[in-house]
Ligand binder design. Structure first.
Ligand SMILES: *Cc1c(COP(=O)(O)O)cnc(C)c1O
Length: 423
């Protein structure tokens, strides 16, 4: 690989040093992915998948056997009673919205235990726009994180009122310089909430979290969760879609929002996606492992170069996102442009910062992906606001992530940065 760089010797030295440092982390990631890979394989077998399930349905999609077996496999993998896995769910935001509208009714309150939620959820929760929870008389309250970035259990428990219906947790950091929350941490909140307030349901935004740990939130008792198929569980193969999984009753209520009251999960032609969703799920633990190894390499490398990262390379992980504090607009933009230049698709284009619907600040996004917006594929982005934090995620192969990171360093060396690396 190093022969492709201008400063090949310096980059080889640097990369070897980093890989030595992260060797133990990488071994753990590989063990976890073996476990998850076998978990998925066994779910396919237990559900009795056979190749007749790959035949597409048409029209209403009544009795679509492929859809039924796909959803059974997802439920097994997620440790859930039921799952809804559909191409009709257009994004992660839509999956989360569908789940919340399924759970909440006018007069109810939604409490968010993990601080300000992901930018694209703001219009659903508090938006003045058409169709928000607020417009339906459902209130939202955000419980800020503690100064050290943890969930504030005491304030959360105090905040629960008789009309509080759902406590929501966001597993991943999203566009925020904070911790991601492990399944264990979310379980602690779930248990504390249920112990005192058994009427309250727990919901997890599981985007970017699938297969990073050995268990998913629903496997430890969370009532409902949702995620995107163009992130982790789609394995880079699912062309679109989202999923909702959890207790059967709540999955069914979400299904009545996704389709129509009275129709629920019984309808929906899958439009040929079943084999792709299944193949993607089969590969997902492997690909997630590659992406997580890439994130650990990126963190260790960027720390070595003097940037601050979150999480630190040696910290346990529960999601794919690697935040890097660049401290300058220029470095953030150069970084994203390097990621773009190393993509398999659209490598000839130069990304620039621009406004994006659903986001507060202009955003620069680098993604040369097979699936539009697919962020299990290597991508980098960041809102243009100090201290210029970039978010790196995905990578179908570790080699791709490593190459792209070293390409950035190569570019910077050519600009005269870090001369000590050339000594
Ligand atoms: C990606 C993401 C979402 C929204 O998903 P989209 O597919 O972009 O709509 C929500 N929450 C978190 C934490 C995410 O990472």
């Amino acid at each position: 690989m190093y022969s492709y760089f201008r400063h090949s010797e310096a980059l080889a030295r640097l990369a070897e040093k980093i890989e030595e440092k992260i060797a133990e982390m990488v071994r753990e990631i590989e063990m976890r992915r073996e476990h998850n890979g076998v978990k998925v394989l066994r779910a396919f077998q237990e559900a009795g998948l056979n190749d007749s399930h790959f035949a597409p349905s048409t029209g209403y999609g009544y009795d679509d056997q492929g859809r039924e077996v796909l959803e059974e496999i997802y439920a097994r993998v997620m440790g859930a009673e039921a799952a809804l896995v559909r191409p009709h769910i257009v994004s992660g935001t839509h999956a989360i919205s569908t789940a919340l509208f399924g759970l909440l009714r006018p007069g109810d309150e939604l409490l968010i235990a993990t601080g300000q939620p992901y930018d694209s959820l703001h219009p659903i929760l508090k938006g003045e726009g058409v169709g928000s929870l607020k417009e339906f008389g459902i209130s939202t309250r955000v419980i800020d994180l503690t100064p050290d970035g943890r969930m504030d259990m005491e304030r959360l428990l105090e905040a629960i009122q008789p009309h509080t219906r759902v406590v929501m947790m966001q597993r991943s950091r999203g566009y925020a310089w904070r911790h991601s929350f492990s399944v264990q941490e979310m379980l602690a909140v779930h248990d504390a909430v249920k112990k005192r307030h058994s009427h309250v349901l727990t919901f997890v935004d599981n985007c970017y979290g699938e297969f990073v740990e050995e268990l998913e939130p629903t496997a430890v008792g969370i009532d409902l969760m949702a995620g995107s198929l163009i992130k982790n569980p789609g394995g880079g193969i699912a062309p679109t879609g989202g999923y909702i999984a959890g207790k059967r009753e709540w999955v069914e209520r979400a299904a009545h929002r996704l389709t129509a009251p009275g129709l629920g999960s019984e309808l929906g032609s899958m439009q040929g996606t079943v084999p792709l969703f299944l193949q993607g799920l089969f590969l997902a633990p492997q690909v997630v492992g590659e992406a997580v190894k890439g994130a650990v390499f990126a963190s260790a490398l960027m720390e070595e170069l003097g940037y601050t990262t979150q999480p630190h390379w040696s910290a346990p992980r529960t999601d794919l996102i690697q935040a890097i504090r660049f401290g300058s607009e220029e470095d953030l933009i150069t970084f994203c442009q390097s990621i773009q230049a190393c993509s398999p698709v659209n490598s000839q284009f130069l990304p620039e910062a621009a406004p994006l619907p659903g986001y507060r600040d202009p955003v620069i996004m680098a993604a040369g992906t097979f699936i539009q917006g697919g962020s299990l594929e290597l991508s980098a982005d960041g809102p243009i606001r100090p201290p210029y934090i970039g978010y790196l995620q995905g990578g179908l192969t570790y080699a791709h992530v490593k190459y792209a990171l070293l390409y950035f360093v190569d570019q910077q060396l050519s600009q005269g940065k870090w001369p000590h690396l050339l000594a």
